[in-house]
Design a protein around this ligand. Sequence first.
Ligand code: PGA
Length: 251
Amino acid sequence: MRKNIVAGNWKMNTSLQEGVQLAKEVNESLKSFKANCDVVIAAPFTHLASINAEIDKNLLGLGAENCADHVSGAYTGEVSAAMVASTGANYVILGHSERRQYYGETSETLKTKIGLALENGLTPIFCIGEVLEQREEGVHFDVVKSQIEDALFELSAEDFGKIILAYEPVWAIGTGKTATDEQAQEMHAFIRRVIADKYGKDVADNTSILYGGSCKPSNAAQLFAKPDVDGGLIGGASLKADSFIDIVKAF
Ligand code: PGA
């Protein structure tokens, strides 16, 4: 059956020293109780190798927040999936709305990135979600369906089974405005149906679908209680070990 997962997305926050310290605190806390879910932190590229050296990977997974859409070569400033894997990281967030919005990432680019991540043994945490106008126009289900179809539906069932999805309504990210647990459940159940129609019920039932967008200690338990919400992708609240661990404990 699918796993429950709480993943932190640090975004462009923390110096190397602060990041290593935060990762150590999270790792220490995880030694003090038995988490009922997998726990992952996604950190800036510059931090990955140092964090990897400090954490117990049996307790805490490590991921990048992006990777390049090329294998290697003359792409100044880019970081490849192989480079990410060589740090010891085993996850990569792909298709975050901030990447789509500010860096023009399209489904075409993301398809390539997903393929490279998988080839390098990284587990993609693939983000999808509508903007506010799309929800107000009532096209949010269509938008999310296309995001999944366009970037993922050329994968074999076996490869699709390696992907973690994160539904992040863009209007809820960093805004303090969380989707209600009913809104999250409604979309997650829809996503699972879309997967089932393409890959069958078994694959759909085994896919972890995380919720992201102003998820915090005060609302995590209610969201995670929904049958199709398998955890969270946590931005702001992952930058303090205490609040991140409180969200882990919501399971
Ligand atoms: P937030 O970000 O928790 O700060 O809203 C979530 C995300 O963007 O992954």
